[in-house]
Design a protein. Sequence first.
Length: 245
Amino acid sequence: MREDFQGTPIFNQVILSMESEARSFLLERAATRPIAAGELIYLEGQTLSHAVFPHHGIVSMVAELGNGKIVEKVSIGNEGMIGFSHLLGGHDAVGKTIVQIPGYASFIALQDLDEAITRFRSVQEAVLVYARALIVQLMEAVKCNSRHSAEQRISLWLLRAHDRMGGEGFPLTQEALSELLGLRRATVSEVCSALSNAGLIAHSRGSMNVIDHDGLRGRVCECYGRITAANARGATRPPARLVCR
C-alpha cells in the first residue's frame, strides 16, 4: 500500500542525482514510509521485490555467524539503495538487512525500477555510480577491519552516521555498535569514553552525537575520505532537498 507522504523531504542521493522527469516517474510509484529500528527489510536469500532508497536513517546488511552473533557487511544511508544485487542480475538478497537507525525510505517495486532504467538514461547512470561507490566502501571495509584500530573503526562508523543523519544525534547503543563492528563491548565503551572526554562525541544510554566533526575526522582512518569521495561523485546534479509528489 502506498502511504501519503505529501511534503516529505527527499534526501536520497541516488534519486536526487536523476533528471527531474525520471525522478518524478519513480516517486509517483514509490511507497515512502517510516522505517523503524530493528525492522527487517530482507532475510538473506529472500527474493527481492522492491528497491529501498533511505532518505533518513541507516540500514545495516549483516552476516549471521555460526555462534549466533552478527557482524555488519555494509551500511546504507541516504547515499544509496538496498536491492543493488538486482542490478547485477541477482534475484535474492545477499545479506540479512535490518534498520539500524530509524528514519524513512522510498520502496520502489523492481518492475518500476527496471522500466525507469529502460526509459531514462539518468536512472541507469545514478544506480551505476552508486554501485561503484558501494564497491569502494566494501573494499575499504576489508582493509579497515584488518588493519585499523578500534578507535579508527568506531570513529569511522560514527562520522559516517553523523553525515547521513544531517548532523543530528541518533539512537545507537554501544552494545549494538560492538556487535556491528565485531568488537568487545568493553572496547567500544573505552573508546567512546575517550572520544567523549576529548569533546568529540556525546553519548548517553541509547544515543550518540558527534560534537566536533573536524576533531573526530582527525581520529579516523583514510577510509573515511575515500568512501566520502566515492559517494560524492553521484551527488552533484540536484538541489539538496525536494518534495514527494
